[in-house]
Design a protein around this ligand. Structure first.
Ligand code: NDP
Length: 279
């Protein structure tokens, strides 16, 4: 019988996950189907239960349910535990096991696809929502010299930093929270994990944060990311959108479900063409 997977979210119509996992399944010869499931904003738990009753084997979870997905699971990987949010669930008997693959996906996109080493680098992470919570732990594991977290609501940045203080110390990273208006300057890697691009804003921070030739990543992709990418390029940085992370986090999710790591490069190429309207 074909195994069932899905992405649960609200909204979910824009999700590229069915395309990505369809390509991974074809590439690895796995017999599975993958669908989008729109959940009512107050009905994630019910939707997840329905999916389980329909023999769902695993799912991705997107906005705004990553915290609820974490709560719904009866066991969690260490990285999901650290994030306190889950983007991937796997069915085991009558239970769900939670993982969070956002951070390892971003790290792989930066280090492998963009070819930028995080070890010893100075990194600025903007945002303290679900995405930032998911990526902070794996970024610290990469061993940057310093990681500064800034967020519009400063208390959330402080809480996230406090929660990761042990992990930062374990990996020898100088981890700090600073106000959004005083982020510091000349970072080699700048990551926009806020949703500022969704509101048409070019950047929530001043261009002084960019060292010459810095890698500037917006987790957003498609036309909404254009203003940030243009801002970064016009200040001498290397712009990168969130499509690479999207494909890489999906590959880690696929591995969590099927025990196989797909080749991401051809899928990222195909997705870029698809998103830019060329395919
Ligand atoms: P959340 O809603 O959980 O958090 C939003 C964050 O953005 C908060 O820190 C919020 O600050 C901040 N923010 C919102 N508007 C502004 C603004 N105008 N200026 C500065 N900060 C702002 O969203 P997520 O964390 O889940 O997602 C963030 C982004 O990451 C989205 O664009 C999402 O599409 C993208 N994403 C991409 C992925 C990928 O695979 N490429 C995976 C996951 C997410 P405050 O705390 O003050 O409200």
């Amino acid at each position: 019988m074909t195994d069932r997977y899905a992405v649960l979210g609200n909204p979910v119509a824009h999700s590229q996950s069915p395309f990505i996992h369809g390509e991974f399944a074809r590439q690895t010869g796995q017999d599975l189907c993958y669908e989008r499931r729109l959940c009512p904003l107050d009905g994630f738990a019910r939707s997840l239960q329905d999916f389980a009753e329909e023999a769902g084997r695993g799912c991705n979870v997107t906005v705004p349910f990553k915290f609820e997905a974490f709560q719904a699971a009866s066991s969690r990987t260490d990285r999901a535990e650290r994030a306190q949010a889950a983007n991937t669930l796997r069915r085991e008997g009558s239970d769900w096991v939670a993982d969070n693959t956002d951070g390892v996906g971003l790290r792989r996109d930066i280090e492998v696809n963009a070819g930028v080493s995080l070890r010893g680098a100075r990194v600025l992470l903007i945002g303290a929502g679900g995405a930032a919570a998911g990526v902070l732990g794996p970024l610290l594991e990469a061993g940057p010299a310093q990681l500064v977290l800034v967020n519009r609501s400063e208390d959330k940045a402080h809480a996230l930093v406090q929660r990761h203080a042990d992990w930062a110390a374990r990996h020898g990273v100088d981890l700090q929270a600073r106000p959004l208006q005083h982020p510091g300057q000349a970072y080699e890697v700048v990551i926009n994990a806020s949703s500022s691009s969704l509101q048409g804003q070019a950047s929530p921070v001043a261009a002084q944060v960019l060292a010459p030739g810095a890698l500037a990543v917006d987790l957003m992709y498609g036309p909404a990311a254009d203003a940030f990418l243009h801002w970064a390029a016009s200040h001498g940085a290397r712009p990168r959108d969130g499509l690479g992370m999207l494909v890489e986090q999906a590959a880690f999710a696929f591995h969590f479900w099927r025990g196989l790591m797909p080749d991401t490069a051809p899928v990222l190429r195909a997705l870029r063409e698809r998103v830019s309207g060329k395919a």
